[in-house]
Design a protein around this ligand. Structure first.
Ligand code: ARG
Length: 309
């Protein structure tokens, strides 16, 4: 397993003065250097063979704007290739014609301890994806738990240490949070999303160090404070006082919708402020361009479901 040493933070701060000044939450003088370690992960992805936008279930989508499936495929391939180059394993589920959003595999379920909690989609347009993903999980050796409540999988559930952060407000119903707590026997923290542009938790929070446990180090997570109500913001501040707070501009290109292996963080190439913040905290940001998939309201994380066996 490769071990990476945090770059010299004093030198990094010296070269990024302008960026630091523009980002309120960054103070390189008080940042403790951490040795970041990359861990290989296994992901499930869905090649966007039938990607298009034919309906509108989030503010990013507009069926009047033409989509380019070939471009979506090429961009998706660059994300896939990035994971392979980083040493991760990627498994594939075939996209079903007529389910254009199936490419956002993060919504297909939530998988921990080899248990796959199935998705039950909010909108009729995506409902058939739930059983399709559950069939894949069953065929690939997972114990499948059929959902009793509306939930959109890892789009709204994120594991940090032994805690599950759970989003609600637009998609997953809060009773699915109780269901997840029962299934996995872990603490579940409900977070209320209030901005329709950030309708899934994984558009408003990035988990940077999933194994940080009970004593989170600096920058265990990154988030957009304004995406949450006051109570949820207070909860996040209490639990993660050293979190990276991203700018509205970076969140608006779905910069938070990213995948970290503990050191390498695959992010939207356009999230340049977030990129600088990650570097200052000892992470290695890697930008990819998923502009075409953004037309459906999804980014890096949406196209990636973690399989924890
Ligand atoms: N068009 C999809 C929807 O609105 C995008 C899903 C994005 N997925 C995510 N994990 N945030 O449901």
């Amino acid at each position: 397993m490769p071990t990476h040493t945090t770059p010299d933070l004093a030198a990094a701060a010296g070269t990024t003065v302008a960026d630091s000044a523009a980002i309120p939450n960054v103070n390189a003088d008080t940042v403790t250097p951490f040795v970041r370690q990359a861990t290989p992960h296994t992901y499930l992805m869905c090649r966007p063979d039938y990607f298009t936008v034919t309906y509108k279930i989030n503010p990013w989508m507009d069926p009047a704007i033409p989509t380019d499936t070939a471009k979506a495929l090429a961009q998706w391939q660059s994300l896939y290739d990035t994971y392979i180059a980083l040493g991760h394993t990627v498994e594939l589920i075939d996209q079903i014609d007529g389910l254009p959003d199936m490419v956002y595999s993060a919504n297909g379920g939530f998988v921990i301890d080899n248990i796959a909690y199935g998705a039950s989609f909010t909108h009729a347009e995506r409902q058939a994806e739930g059983p399709a993903y559950m069939r894949w999980f069953a065929d690939h050796g997972f114990r499948v738990v059929e959902p009793e409540n509306v939930n959109e999988g890892e789009g709204d559930f994120m594991l940090v240490g032994d805690t599950i952060l759970a989003g609600t407000g637009f998609r997953s119903a809060s009773n699915s949070h109780e269901e997840v707590a029962r299934i996995y026997g872990r603490e579940v923290v409900t977070l209320n999303l209030v901005n329709p542009n950030f309708y899934h938790l994984d558009t408003a929070i990035a988990v940077l160090n999933e194994s940080a446990g009970q004593a989170p180090d600096a920058a265990t997570i990154a988030y957009l404070p304004s995406a949450f109500d006051a109570a949820s913001r207070a909860e996040l501040e209490r639990r993660y006082p050293d979190a990276i707070l991203v700018s509205e501009a970076d969140a608006a290109v779905l910069g938070l919708n990213s995948i970290s292996d503990g050191y390498n963080v695959v992010i939207a190439a356009r999230a340049v402020g977030f990129e600088a913040q990650l570097r200052e905290r000892g992470y290695n940001p890697i930008g990819v361009d998923l502009s075409e998939l953004l037309l459906g309201g999804g980014g890096v994380k949406c196209c990636t479901l973690e399989l924890r066996r």
